[in-house]
Every structure is written in structure tokens, then in C-alpha cells.
Design a protein around this ligand. Sequence first.
Ligand code: CTP
Length: 404
Amino acid sequence: MFVVVGVTGGIAAYKAVQLVRLLVQEGHEVHVVPTDDALRFVGLPTWEAISRNPVTTSVHDDVPKVRHVALGQAADLVIVAPATANTLAKMAAGLADDLLGTTLLATTAPVVVAPAMHTEMWRHKATVANLTTLRARGVHVIGPEDGELTGGDRGPGRMSEPDAILGAAYGALAAGDLAGLRVVVSAGGTREPIDPVRYLGNRSSGRQGVAVALAAAGRGADVLLVAANIDSGVLAAASAHPRVRIATVTTTAQLQAAMEDAAPERDVVVMAAAVADYRVADVADRKLTKEDAAGPGRTLELVENPDILAGLVAARRDGQTVVGFAAETPDEGETLVDRGRRKRARKGVDLLAVNEVGWGIGFERDDNALVVIDAADRIAAEAHGTKREVAEALWDAILAARGS
Ligand code: CTP
């Protein structure tokens, strides 16, 4: 998961070091966004070393990468620990005068705050009102605990312990608009062996499918990601997500078995994987050599693979939504939407997400553009942006198609 940890200016900042450490140990990609005040308690090198990522506090750093919103957009989860009374007030007002403020305004991920302050500040009507506002906006609040405070005084105000904050954060991930939904998403591209060292494959990196899985998990769904030959770097964020389980497959037959096994107990089935349409008829059990070829060329006999999606559509149960993907290069005089409508009807899916591909378009890139066609041939969504943004739009369309 991509986790942003906002750290604000309170003595409990030292405990946030342990929180960041726990998140990194659990395999998450962690970006720390301290306020300037927080750096008076714990210095920047500590945050960089512990998170293993560069740390900045200003909206004027890394401008070409639009860092002031990029972190918030990429986040699967945002934790603010400690959250001072001042920060809670700024959050309630929607202020964006530093990197943490812009990040919080730019994110759609669950936000968890762990307040820490003196009891008088915690009980002040202003703080109470700010928390009411934040809770009403869906912000999750953990703590503070009752106990000894920095001045030797006692009362509610101590920041919760790092493992409790982590538990609350994982709990918050289950609270989105897809909470309770069980989904299976296939991603990547299948490979068909030719001999022990060669295969027929395609250029799908799996990024879009992984983004679809992570977007669902971020909105509370329980996700099974069936990953066909996806680079471990691309898979990393999903591997560490507590709401994503990963099953890895290589060939179309394995993908089919995994999907047919999972689909009956899933509410939504998304086939984002690029499936090899053909496999080699006779897979050699020894490496093929030029010497054993009959002439200067070689012919491989291919047999057609089953259409996995067709099988899933045929077995679709009441209340289940089946979504296909199609990567198309439209012919001249034909639009992507026309082509998508025909394929949606042919495939019988509830929704078909269509994107244009060609040399240098669509594959192995961070951006994507999709048109989603629904069962009434309407355009249910049209999105372009990062693969995550496109994935969010797809889930909006899936929810709309399910009538929820
Ligand atoms: N698909 C599948 N099994 C196959 C081929 C495709 O489940 N053997 C799924 C893909 O995962 C995708 C959808 O079907 O969700 C459309 O894939 P595409 O390759 O466009 O479909 P084809 O029927 O192979 O269409 P074309 O003839 O245009 O290649």
C-alpha cells in the first residue's frame, strides 16, 4: 500500500517514528509529510532513514512532479500522527498552506488521525467542534488515550500507541463505499510455454489491473487479485495491502482455473488480464534448437484457448457483476465506442472497459484512458488520468450498474 504519514508538531512525534517503522516492516511504501513544527521534535534525516523515501515539507519542492497533490492522489491511506489541535483545526477548515494540507485535500483515501494534546485543549469547544466536523466527513479518529502527559499532568490527550494506530488504520480501510463487497480482479498477461525456456506472451504490465484491485481495496472491498506474470515491483503495493490476497498464475489454463474457482463467491468479477488467445499445441519438453529445426524457419502449431470471460458470463449468478476489458486499435472510420459496444454485446458482460492501444499507446505507461460501456450500450464512464484515477472511475460505474 502507498501510505502517507503526516506528522505534526507535538512531542508524540517521536512515537510516530515507530509507526512509520511498523508500516515499512509490513511492506508498505511510506511517505512521511512532517509539518515544519514537527521537524523541531524529530529531524528530517530520521524520517528519510526510517521511511526510506525522500521527505519534504514545502509545496514548492518537486514542483514538476506536482508533489503538492501527487502524494495525496497516490495514497491508499493517510495517517496523521500525532495530530495537534492546530492541525485538526486546519483540517476542519480545509486549509492548504503546507504540503500536509494540500495532500489531505487531494486525497480520496481513508484518513486516520491520532490526536495528541493537553487535556484542556482536547476538551476545548473549538477542538470538539473540529472533530465533529472531521468525523462527519469520514475521518477516522483513534484516541487519544488517558494517561500521563508531558507536563506531568494526567488526563485524555496521550497519542495512541503505534500498533493501535496501525490497527485503526487497517480497520478504516474496510469502511469505504465498497465495504462488504467481495471482488476478484485478474491482471497482467498470460504466457504460453513453447519449451522450457520460451513462451508466447503479451506486453501487459498488469498496472491497470493492480490499480483496479487497489482502488477496490481502498474503498473497503475484499479483493482477490489473480496476477498473471506481474513484475514484483508493480505488485508490491497490492502485496502489502491487508485487504488484497494475491494468487499468481502463468498460463491461460491456470488463470481460468483460478477465476472459475473464485468467481462463485465473489460479487464482482473483473477480467483485466490480457489473455493469450492461443497456446502451443505441443509444448516441447526439451529446449528447441536450430539444429533440430527442419529448415531455416519453424512453424508452431497453435490451438485456441478457452474464452475465460465467456465461461464466467455463462456461470454468472444473480446479483453478480461481470466486467471485461478490451484493448482495441479501431479501424479507420470506426470509433472506439462503436467497437466497444460490439464487443460488449458479443461478450455479454455487464460492463466493458475499453481503451485504445497501439504502438506506444496504452501499455507499460502510468496513464490510461478508458471508456466504459454498460449493458444498455450507454457510456457509463469516460476517464483519463493515472491508472488509479481511471480505476476509481471504473468502480463508480460498477457501483452505478449494481444500482448502489
Ligand atoms: N478474455 C478471456 N479469455 C480469452 C480472451 C479474452 O477471458 N481467451 C477476456 C479478457 O480478459 C478481456 C476480454 O475477454 O476482459 C476481452 O479480451 P479481448 O482479447 O479483447 O477479447 P477477444 O475475444 O480475444 O477479442 P479479439 O478477437 O478482438 O482479440
